[in-house]
Design a protein around this ligand. Structure first.
Ligand SMILES: [Zn+2]
Ligand SMILES: [Zn+2]
Length: 218
């Protein structure tokens, strides 16, 4: 449950709603995706969107935070492990800075992340099966969930710029892949996404596996 709630909070919330403004949402949905998105330990939506907008603008170039031309490992996780450059200013998210809910999440991101990602599944495990349940909740609902979510997200920056076809444009390295879409709630149609970043769909054909677009449509 927590994996699904957090996964969609990243794809539907962090990515398609806040970073690209592909649709508008009322307060309950925005609050939900901010609270559960925090559990992925991918920092606040303000920082995430700022880096992601920079990725789209400068894709395959030096200012792209996860530039694939620096290698698969760098694009996947190296850019986070060896952050040598200082954090660039949040100069491309003025719209998000005006959103009090976004700024509230930004101020409390670390506390929110720990509470939702680790404390919640540990308590749920304890209620269900005592101390053994708590340990299981922490390890599976907490630690394993974060590993799966983070590598799912990182695959978009690495594999989706390496594996697949380029039906829409060869202007940049982004590629479409059904396999990647399977692992990422539909984000694997990345060639289309780089060409049409303001579309709420990534898999634009009706049969393409993009559960995030179906959720938004609903
Ligand atoms: Zn994007
Ligand atoms: Zn990309």
């Amino acid at each position: 449950m927590l994996l699904v709630a957090t996964g969609f909070s990243i794809t539907l919330g962090y990515h398609r709603l806040f970073s690209h403004i592909t649709f508008r949402a009322k307060l309950p949905l925005r609050l939900f995706t901010l609270v559960f998105g925090a559990a992925a330990f991918e920092n606040s939506v303000l920082m995430w969107a700022s880096e992601h907008r920079r990725h789209h603008k400068h894709v395959d170039h030096d200012e792209d935070p996860y530039d694939i031309t620096k290698g698969f490992f760098h694009a996947h996780i190296g850019w986070l492990l060896f952050k040598l450059q200082p954090q660039p200013p949040f100069d491309n998210v003025a719209d998000l800075k005006r959103d009090p809910l976004v700024m509230w999440q930004h101020r409390h991101i670390h506390l929110l992340a720990v509470m939702v990602s680790f404390v919640l599944p540990t308590l749920a495990g304890f209620a269900w099966g005592g101390w053994v349940g708590a340990l299981g909740g922490f390890l599976i609902g907490g630690v394993a969930k974060v590993v799966v979510l983070q590598h799912g997200t990182f695959l978009i920056n690495s594999a989706s710029h390496t594996i697949g076809r380029q039906p829409y444009s060869a202007r940049c390295s982004a590629r479409d892949s059904f396999l990647m879409a399977l692992f990422t709630c539909g984000e694997g149609y990345h060639n289309y996404h780089h060409e049409f970043q303001h579309d709420y769909r990534n898999g634009v054909k009706p049969w393409q596996w993009d559960p995030t677009k179906w959720l938004i449509w609903i």
